[in-house]
Design a binder for this molecule. Structure first.
Ligand SMILES: Cc1cc2nc3c(=O)[nH]c(=O)nc-3n(C[C@H](O)[C@H](O)[C@H](O)COP(=O)(O)O)c2cc1C
Length: 384
């Protein structure tokens, strides 16, 4: 039974998934120090308990990029989500829309834009990587526009792929990877039935649509590795700004100066993120990086944050540290892997309940009332 959003879905996902997929999801770069710090630093954030303030009326609603969100949470772009449940992106997007929050489709999703956008009754967000093949980027932007995508999330912390050693050990890559993946699938029959057999085609839908041929899982790492572009700079983003007239969010900011550059560039938002500890191990956790970034740019653009958020309490902590809204990454994929769209819906209910408890006990009646003032100054090294 799922009681705690933070640990139960992770354990259930580990039981259900072939190890190569679980470790691809769960793992991070190098020795995974940043991955662990993301969770540990957030858990260390002490909130200020307040009592006897008539907290019978709470509002979790918030406005972001001209949209109303039922709570300040969106689903992060996660590549290959369709390998975690049958047509996983569609299932997760439906759960998010039913809850009244945005879903962000990854560039490297299994289901293409054209399969996900029409399946939901609210505008989708789309994430784009900076890739060498600018023809692909332009094509993806045109297709996103045509499908009614509102908000573009531009991920900038992957000019090179981070080294994730777990993948080589687990069979995601490394010697005999295809054979190992096949054997693992055979010993995880409920996944093999749901996704292996009925979740096809297993390819990168957005890339296949552009290249006109199927890009299987085996090609995935090769194609991505060859296409990341280390030459990227702010000037390269200008044509996208001109091409995309909707809100544009820069994802992967961890430094106040980069946040200021995002303001100068004219971004509508940033995501304070270290990619869930999957890129450069040893960089600051998002919880640690966020207060200085909020000091530098709060109010000038929307500040979103991710990396390490597992519970509704974590959401409130990120807001208290300076975020306007958050993205959920692994938290929702663990739930998707466990129970498909129903799992994601249940997770979002748990997140909301946990947020309500935290808001009542910190005396915040609305999202706008969660601030640095909600932090217990005595304990927080991060508090002002
Ligand atoms: C398996 C996996 C795949 C991811 N794929 C993408 C992606 O395609 N594009 C992207 O911008 N971020 C991607 N991310 C990063 C997430 O958007 C998000 O920043 C990260 O998961 C936040 O950390 P958390 O999982 O600890 O919450 C991925 C993360 C994971 C775990």
């Amino acid at each position: 039974m799922i009681i705690s959003a933070s640990t139960d879905y992770r354990a259930a996902a580990q039981r259900k998934l072939p190890p190569f997929l679980f470790h691809y999801l769960d793992g991070g770069a190098y020795a995974e120090h940043t991955l662990k710090r993301n969770v540990a630093d957030l858990a260390e954030v002490a909130l200020r308990q307040r009592v006897l303030r008539d907290m019978s009326e709470l509002s979790l609603e918030t406005r972001l990029f001209n949209e109303t969100l039922a709570m300040p949470v969106a689903l992060a772009p996660v590549g290959l989500a369709g390998m975690y449940a049958r047509r996983g992106e569609v299932q997760a997007a439906r759960a998010a829309a039913a809850k009244g929050i945005p879903f962000t489709l990854s560039t490297v999703s299994v289901c293409p834009i054209e399969e996900v956008a029409p399946a939901i009754d609210r505008p989708m967000w789309f994430q784009l990587y900076v890739l060498k093949d600018r023809g692909f980027m332009k094509n993806a932007l045109e297709r996103a526009k045509a499908a009614g995508v509102t908000t573009l999330v531009f991920t900038v912390d992957m000019p090179v792929p981070g080294a994730r050693y777990r993948d080589a050990h687990s069979g995601m890559s490394g010697p005999n990877a295809p054979l190992r993946r096949f054997l693992q699938a055979m010993t995880h029959p409920s996944w093999a039935w749901d996704v292996g057999l009925h979740g096809r085609p297993h390819d990168l839908g957005n890339i296949s649509a552009y290249r006109g041929n199927r890009t299987g899982l085996a090609d995935y790492i090769g194609w991505l590795g060859a296409n990341f572009d280390p030459s990227i700079s702010w000037q390269d983003l200008e044509w996208i700004r001109e091409f995309w007239d909707g809100p544009m969010v820069i994802k992967g900011i961890l430094d106040p100066q980069d946040a200021r550059d995002a303001v100068s560039f004219g971004a509508d938002g940033i995501v304070v993120s270290n990619h869930g500890g999957r890129q450069l191990d040893g960089v600051l956790s998002s919880a640690r990086a966020l207060p200085a970034i909020a000091d530098a740019v709060k109010g000038e653009l929307a500040i979103l944050a991710d990396s390490g958020i597992r519970t509704g309490l974590d959401v409130v902590r990120m807001l208290a540290l300076g975020a306007d809204s958050v993205l959920l990454g692994r938290a929702y994929i663990y739930a998707l892997a466990t129970a498909g769209g129903a799992g994601v819906s249940n997770l979002l209910e748990l997140i909301e309940k946990e947020m309500r408890v935290a808001m009542v006990l910190t005396g915040a009646k609305s999202i706008g009332e969660i601030s640095a003032d909600s932090l217990a100054r005595e304990l927080n090294h991060t508090a002002p």
